[in-house]
Design a protein around this ligand. Structure first.
Ligand SMILES: Cc1ncc(COP(=O)(O)O)c(C=O)c1O
Length: 471
């Protein structure tokens, strides 16, 4: 019997004109080709040409333990040998249960239950759906609106994007989503005229109250925010009073408070959760990802109160799941990562090295004409780039300043993680988020190269005729 010819892919597998693989449609920011990774250890990564790079950002703020941790790799291999996959409908797994216990013991009061997924977007989708099911179980089925902040980032999937505050993403994908209401983020550096950081933070909290009243408090399910900002705000930390006020407003209206700790959690700020710094503003739900598995496997988590989970379970259980939820391999990795973080006392290192990093970046700011602000908590730090420190004038957005720094850094063997919110209309910043194992000497190495890159950028801007306030 003759076989019909299978339709052929007309692309020739191999390399495009620039030497890139033709089958992938991923494009690095700025369209620049990137080196090919060969191996990585600690803070260092080597490409296939033998060049060495220092990871100043933990990838996308994920590789909290650095690269090549032998205990984590051993745990991964062990679990893969025992059972690399077992679906929770059929089997419980020791890794899943042990990670749940450990994370709940570190999360503090009111967060006694954990649900594991594959990443941050899935964690936020899951938290929002759990919140909704809880409201329905309580007889408050009219609550469904989740208020977010502007700007913010909660993930790439359409549910997580609907609560994300990013006008550029809204413009592109808005028609496909049920967009949720937004209130201003309590920016501390670029505040509207007539405000200080404190009075603007008060105003941002009042805006939440007003928005809840405008929407109808009985329809509002939750407020979601990053307690220490990620890339969307450049490691924004609000005054303590903001968090307390937000908590009080949510309580008054019966609105759940969700902390997205996908970037700030898992020890990065020097506490297991950034919520650990905010005893008067405990969240109802927390989402984690990134550092919880430190890049060794895809993992995210929702932490929830015992009573919430019990009520939802009573009414038929959480109507939600994924093929890879509670994945044993990812949970075994997460368990090894968190144990390693505790054994190496990395939260204390994040506090100590965070203080060193802040001091070095402040010195850099005093020397560079284009660094206007240093902010963050622990090893979740950022610097804001400006054309003029006095006026806080921004570098023209079309200069793509953060992306240019990332390219200059890569040329100098430093890896930077850059992504702009809303095409840079709120300002441009660079995250400085090395792995939690970083040493003081490595901080000096990172900040030294970063300083060179900023000098190079300042020189390019001058050549291009951008007026820099040289004070
Ligand atoms: C604060 C925050 N939330 C959610 C996400 C989405 O996580 P993921 O990319 O793992 O889906 C990110 C990722 O950068 C993040 O920083």
């Amino acid at each position: 019997m003759s076989r019909a010819a299978a339709p052929q892919n007309t692309d020739t597998p191999g390399r495009d004109q620039r030497g890139g693989p033709v089958q992938l449609f991923y494009t690095p920011a700025g369209g620049q080709r990137r080196p090919t990774i060969d191996r990585a250890e600690g803070l260092y990564m080597w490409d296939t040409e033998g060049r060495r790079y220092i990871d100043a950002c933990s990838g996308p703020v994920a590789s909290n333990l650095g690269h090549g941790n032998p205990r984590v790799i051993e745990a991964l291999v062990d679990q893969a040998r025992r059972a690399s996959f077992a679906f929770p409908a059929a089997f419980e797994s020791e890794a899943n249960a042990a990670l749940g216990d450990l994370v709940a013991s570190l999360a503090g009061p009111g967060l006694e239950r954990a649900f594991f997924v594959s990443g941050g977007s899935e964690a936020n989708e899951s938290a929002i759906k759990l919140a909704r099911q809880y409201a329905v179980a309580k007889g408050e089925g009219q609550r469904w609106k989740v208020i977010g902040r502007l700007p913010s980032y909660h993930g790439a999937t359409l549910g997580a994007l609907a609560v994300t505050g990013d006008p550029a993403a809204e413009e592109l994908f808005g028609p496909m989503m049920k967009l949720m209401p937004k209130v201003p983020a309590p920016f501390s550096y670029r505040v509207p005229e007539g405000y200080t950081a404190e009075t603007w933070a008060d105003e941002a909290a009042e805006a939440l109250d007003r928005e809840i009243l405008k929407q109808g408090p009985e329809t509002v399910l939750a407020f979601i925010m990053e307690p220490v900002g990620g890339l969307s705000t450049g490691a924004l930390v609000a005054p303590d009073a903001y968090y307390r006020r937000v908590r009080e407003i949510c309580n008054r209206h019966g609105v759940l408070l969700i902390y997205d700790e996908i970037m700030s959690g898992a020890g990065r700020t020097g506490s297991f959760l950034a919520a650990g710094h905010l005893p008067d503003a405990r969240p109802d739900l927390v989402t984690l990802a990134k550092g919880i598995s430190a890049g060794y496997a895809p993992l995210g988590a929702v932490l929830a109160p015992r009573d919430m989970v019990a009520l939802v379970a009573e009414r038929g259980g959480f109507a939600h799941g994924y093929t890879y939820f509670s994945n044993p391999l990812s949970c075994a990795v997460g368990l090894a990562v968190v144990r390693e973080m505790l054994d190496q006392d990395l939260m204390a290192n994040a506090q100590r090295m965070g203080a060193v990093l802040r001091e070095r970046l402040s010195t850099l700011m005093s020397r560079s004409p284009i660094v206007g602000d240093v902010r963050g908590k622990g090893l979740l730090m950022a610097i804001e780039l400006v054309a003029d420190k006095q006026t806080k004038a921004m570098i023209p957005v079309e200069r793509m300043a953060p992306y240019r720094v990332a390219d200059l850094a890569l040329e100098r063997g430093l890896i930077q993680y850059v992504r702009r919110t809303a095409n840079g209309i709120y300002g441009d910043w660079l995250m400085v988020t090395p792995p939690l194992i970083v040493t003081e000497a490595q901080i000096d190495e990172v900040v030294g190269i970063l300083g060179d890159c900023l000098n190079a950028l300042a020189a390019e801007l001058r050549t291009a005729g951008v007026a820099l306030g040289e004070t």
